[in-house]
Design a protein. Sequence first.
Lengths: 334, 337
Amino acid sequence: MKTTLTAGTASAEPGSLALGKLICEPLADAAEIFIALVVVNGAHTGPTLWIGSTIHGREIPGIEVCRRIAHEIINPAELHGAIICAMPLNPYGFRSQHHTIPQDGGNVNAQFPGDPQGTLSERTAYTIWTQGIPLCDYVIDFHANEPDGMEFMCATPCANKDVQARTVEMAEAFGFPLAQIRRDEWAYDRSLVAWAQDAGKPAILPEPLCQGALAEASVDASVRGVLNVMKWIGMIDGQIEPQTEIRVRGGHFRFVNVRTRKSGLAEYSVNGGDWVEEDQPISVVRDPWGNELDRVLCPTCGYVRSILPSSIVNAGQIIGTLLKPHERQELWGM
Amino acid sequence: MTNLTVGDCTVEPGKIGFGKLFLETLPDGGEAFIPLILVNGVYDGPVLWLGAAIHGCEVPGIEVIRRVTREVVDPNTLRGAIVGATVLNPYALRHRVSDAPVDSVNLNAQFPGDPAGTISQRAAHVILQEGIAYCDYAIDFHAATPIGMEFMCLPACKDPEIMARSQEIALAFGFPLVELTRDMFGYDRSLIGWAQDSGKPGFLCEVKARDRYVRSSIPHGVRGVLNVMKRIGMVDGEIELQSELVGAGGTYRLVDFRAGKSGLISFRTTAGGYVSRGDLIGIVRDMWGTELDEVLSPTEGYIRSMTDEQAVYAGQIVGAILEPHPKETLWTQVYRS
């Protein structure tokens, strides 16, 4: 028997949609700060799916994905289970177009499980972790890649092999290329998806294109990905649809960074999604007089995940990242 | 032709030279300077100023200058000279921002500068007195937004002859040309405004995009510079139309459009698209997906730009339209107010 689902200030009866807020800490001007919630409670029993967006304040495409899923596509009367859409997960960074929380410089996605006595970023993580994620069985945490990049997603290994296997299957249902991030990379041991996995909830992190802007085709592909996941876990009926309109379709990868050895002005010769070979030039770096200082070569073969959206570069800086293909078994042991 | 000297660089006729225009000593003892590329032609002719990155995060002009001076123009056939000043605002470029963080002022609104002022005011003084002073024509490269069109700006000028010659070289360049009055955007104190008032025709060109070289746009900038050089007799050849650019060769007024409410805007048009008055440009929604505002086109014309930060605030300018007007009806007022 389905019951009312309450998240933050939103309570949705079975077969209905409700809007609400997850209240965060106010700022010094006393204005209310909150994470907006859209709760879709299906008429039928089933799992609860968390769709979060914008834990990095400029990474907005997931907001539009949530709107289309919750308001335009899903019929609560037919839905098995429930959806909790939460955005922006970093309301402080979102309103000032910052990646992190400007007031403390913290990356919310490296603060989990958070601290109710800590900084704003730690408190925000704590709010998400204690008032949102416990209500859910599966987690999709939308981020965004650079405009001149390619769609992909990340997942991280998990000590619980069953949760890891279901995470990988969930990612494969979504359909973007899957990059494995180890727990010791980019503070992923304190990320939302890592903590969700450790709490027994399969979790993926998709990255559609564009950060402060929306790319329509990428939003469309992300909506398709969410619907695929919902089909995979039995929330809606239908066949999983292949992601035929993104540049790289599926596969398993690891990140390989590309750095410039010199400071200067970079002219790039590849685009996001291009396949590159080892030692292929991807950029020439010149000084302001036009003298060539460095020719940046690919350290491996792979797809160009992203290119720095700036031609102003400094010595040692990562100016691009490649996705190097690996076998699924090799990365995930399955 | 005689030797050409700018900053610490002296170039003989038929040669290319590299040097610096010294600005200031920094607190750590390092030097701030503007990198110079000088091309001194074998034959007599005008001197053309090509400047870039006066807003430090607007870099495509640097690559345009490199290609023109180091790959395209031959000093042995050139009439006149080119002064390429690739980083006019080194204080800002090193931080990938528009204005120098130390004084937070727009260098392109500080002319004629002040040798006893802040670092940006001092830089404006050096650029005008030790750079522009040696030139006959000026092109100041800026950078269009990533979601936008290439275009040029031409501020109105009190001297009708300089105004006419500025129009002539800008139209030769070939991007869509936008009328500005001196009271818009601080243009009364801009580099081009002061160059014009010193008797040097000039305009401002926006290549794509911001702090990133866009491979498809750089060649348009190079072609435009060569067109200007053909027009003023520095090189031979026919002017090449920028026919692949939307709105090329036309003249326009700039009309902004704004969001009426704060929220997330979804655009219904694309940069370069043509809209009529009242057409739907975008929808602003709140975080719950509720529609708050429809942004309608205030006029007819090409969508010049749309913000690439779609989290917008009430009243924020979220884009601009190039409203077509015949050339004869524009630049008739130096100040609009």
